[in-house]
Write a new protein. Sequence first.
Length: 191
Amino acid sequence: MKTTPLPLLLFALLAATTAKAGVEEGKAKAEVCGACHGADGNSATSDYPVLAGQASRYIYLQLKDYKEGRRKHALMTPMVTNLSKQDMRDLGDYFAAQKPKAVPFQADAAKVVRGKKVADDALCTMCHLGGFSGQNEVPRVAGQHQAYVLRQLTAFKQKERTNDAGNMQSVMRNISDEDIEALSHYIANIN
């Protein structure tokens, strides 16, 4: 019988304990976030993204980008001013541990079909993974508010959002506005 080396076992235990502590710390710190994003990260309006189920690392990096001015938003920028790196990690851990809820949206069936083709042609799942579940620095976009997705994709295309090292700008530059709308319907329709 093969056994796991003790140092590896201790590291795994420490990582699990640290993540659990981050979730608990993050819960208290997330109270102010709930006004826009919902107490559990499931925002009720397309003005704000769903944070529940997002990768902890992605949330941390977005908060850091807001704080350092690489991503701009009139409401978010002042909210992150006094956050420490640990605060941002704890918030990431908390929202990552929450379960995303289905966003009510009546997708246009023809746009969903067209959006899937756009996603397939653009190879979106190479970064966002199957089911658009995201990973590490790449966001989970499945089930996100359609209007929010549309705004973000448009912002990347128009070079208004630039905090991803140009990856999304490169993808979006050749996608028409009509296809961006179809893609947003497809993504919002995935749960």
